[in-house]
Design a protein around this ligand. Structure first.
Ligand code: GLC
Length: 545
């Protein structure tokens, strides 16, 4: 592909912002966020520097898995609005140059979905084969996604005497992608939302979608992703498929597919987990190792970088002892851990002992080659909710101002049956209104990062290389492209340090793009002094360029 021909690849330099309409902004005082409320907040996201909004599921749902249990793919949860409001919100965002992608949850439906209700009525139902049924569960034990909450991925349907497969909760029966009718249904769902104007999809639970029983094509499970990619390309050339593939890098390569034929972007789970290991050790070495081994992918594809998301901070890809280290450092209390593999906390309280460390983490997020993703509330350093409530702890209402309910809703407290944020992180301390007016706030810092990221295309397009700065506590990474390169320096330790950059060749100059507050003046550019948890972004360019 001609490298100049990248104009449609908007996702390679996107600043992605994930939000749940239900917890973002309530416009009518019923205690639920809604599309009308979100529409009013688009300007706030624009001001922050967001270029792509990812909407978590907003369709009709019994809401037993926060909307990831859909009972009608063509509808909108009536508490949140209707199709008209969705279309309007998309238009308002796109008018500001912000794209909108939505969750595509088609590994399973809710057990309330009319397909499943029909399917379980009798073995002869025309919808029976929409799901995966067996007379008895296969001998081979399948790994549980929610250990402690589920004991098997097979559930007996008493009435028809067969078991159905559910990779997640028992109320989320898996769709049978081996059935061509199901694949045609998925294509219609995708086609519908593209027509309504979305710019793409965050594809939920991709490995589950194409594996296990009910695989589209046992010989070639990835054929479904190729089919999906082709279909989306035909309907809307510039639409994005952003996949949730929580696997090791080598396995993720298969989900990109040769020659850019499958997913366009994938979340970089390995890097996210390793960042926390490096933070826990106050040493960049594990991260340097993981990044050096990250496979290069096609120029049309890339990595979505994140620190936290709406789920637990999964540490499933780390070794057991490494996971323990991260648990000990960042989730000392039992209720902060779930499923033996993850942490249900937000980032600010995790790193709360030192604000410098929080900024270091966000500087990394925006400078590691890829497309950075923020989970709503991260831009102001929101805390998790206080209590033993599992993944729900990180899904509290957005804090817009210091007023009642943080300006999220005017509803009575009784309608919001969740605990408040952990101490020190309530709306009176942490809110958008105050931080937007304070140039020293986290919001202001993150908006600066977003803007530097957007004006430094080398970060996304450049070739990632980890350099040896002579001290493992500092990550020195380069993203090199023709004519200029980006260099990021991040000190994971609390001690001030000096690292040595390779000497610049003749005629090259270094410009500081951003650095931690109060950085000491620099001497020779080959010698870089960093404060404890300090960071610096440099652009190296040949003077002629
Ligand atoms: C994905 C979502 C998670 C959800 C699950 C089942 O992993 O991120 O929140 O529970 O899929 O849909």
């Amino acid at each position: 592909m001609n490298p100049a021909d990248t104009s449609d690849l908007w996702w390679r330099t996107a600043v992605i912002y994930c939000l749940d309409v239900e917890t973002f902004q309530d416009s009518d005082g019923d205690g639920y966020g809604d599309f009308a409320g979100l529409a009013r907040r688009i300007d706030d996201l624009d001001a922050l520097g967001v270029t792509c909004i990812w909407l978590m599921p907003f369709q009709s749902t019994p809401d037993r898995d926060d909307g990831y249990d859909i009972s009608d793919f063509y509808s909108v949860d009536p508490r949140l609005g209707d199709l008209g409001r969705v279309a309007e919100t998309i238009r308002i965002a796109q008018d500001r140059g912000i794209r909108v992608v939505m969750d595509l949850v088609v590994n399973h439906t809710s057990d309330r979905h009319p397909w499943f209700r029909a399917a379980r009525r009798s073995r002869d139902s025309p919808f029976r084969d929409y799901y995966v049924w067996r007379d008895r569960p296969p001998r081979k034990k399948q790994k549980l996604v929610f250990p402690g909450e589920e004991t098997s991925v097979w559930e007996l349907d008493e009435r028809t005497g067969q078991y159905f497969q559910h990779s997640f909760y028992r109320h989320q029966p898996d769709l049978n992608l081996a059935n061509p009718q199901v694949r045609a249904e998925i294509a219609r769902i995708v086609g519908f939302w593209l027509k309504l104007g979305v710019d793409g999809f965050r594809v939920d639970a991709v490995p589950f979608l194409i594996s296990g029983e009910g695989t589209p094509d046992a010989q070639d499970p990835h054929s479904f992703l190729r089919e999906l990619r082709r279909f989306v390309g035909r309907r809307e050339g510039s639409a994005l498929l952003l996949g949730e593939v929580g696997l090791a890098h080598e396995q993720q390569v298969e989900y990109f597919g040769g020659d850019a034929t499958q997913l366009d972007l994938q979340f970089d789970f390995v890097t996210a987990e390793t960042v926390f290991l490096a933070l826990a050790r106050r040493d960049a070495e594990p991260l340097a190792r993981a990044l050096s081994a990250r496979p290069e992918v096609d120029v049309r594809q890339g990595w979505a970088m994140f620190l936290r998301n709406h789920d637990e901070l999964s540490l499933a890809l780390l070794a057991d002892e490494e996971r323990e280290e991260v648990f000990e450092a960042f989730a000392p209390e039992e209720h902060q851990r779930v499923y033996g593999r993850g942490i249900v906390r937000r980032l600010a309280p995790m790193l709360g002992d030192d604000p410098r460390r929080l900024r270091l983490a966000y500087s990394l997020l925006f400078s590691l080659p890829g497309s950075p993703m923020l989970f709503y509330g991260e831009e102001i350093g929101m805390g998790e909710l206080d209590g033993d409530i599992g993944r729900g702890a990180v899904r509290g209402p957005m804090q817009w101002d210091a007023g009642r309910h943080g300006g999220f809703t005017t509803a009575q407290r009784s309608r919001l049956n969740r605990p408040g944020p952990v101490e020190g992180y309530g709306p009176e301390h942490v809110n958008v209104h105050d931080q937007r007016r304070d140039p020293e706030s986290l919001w202001s810092f993150i908006s600066t990062l977003a803007s530097r990221y957007r004006s430094t295309p080398e970060i996304s397009w450049g070739r990632l290389r980890v350099l040896d700065g002579g001290d493992s506590r500092v990550l020195v990474h380069e993203a090199a492209s023709e004519g200029s390169s980006f260099i990021g320096l991040h000190n994971f330790s609390p001690e001030p340090l000096t690292v040595i950059l390779p000497d610049l060749s003749d005629g090259q100059s270094a410009t500081v793009l951003i650095e931690s507050r109060g950085s000491a003046p620099q001497g020779e550019h080959s010698e870089q002094r960093l404060d404890g948890y300090g960071f610096r972004w440099l652009r190296l360019s040949s003077s002629a360029a």
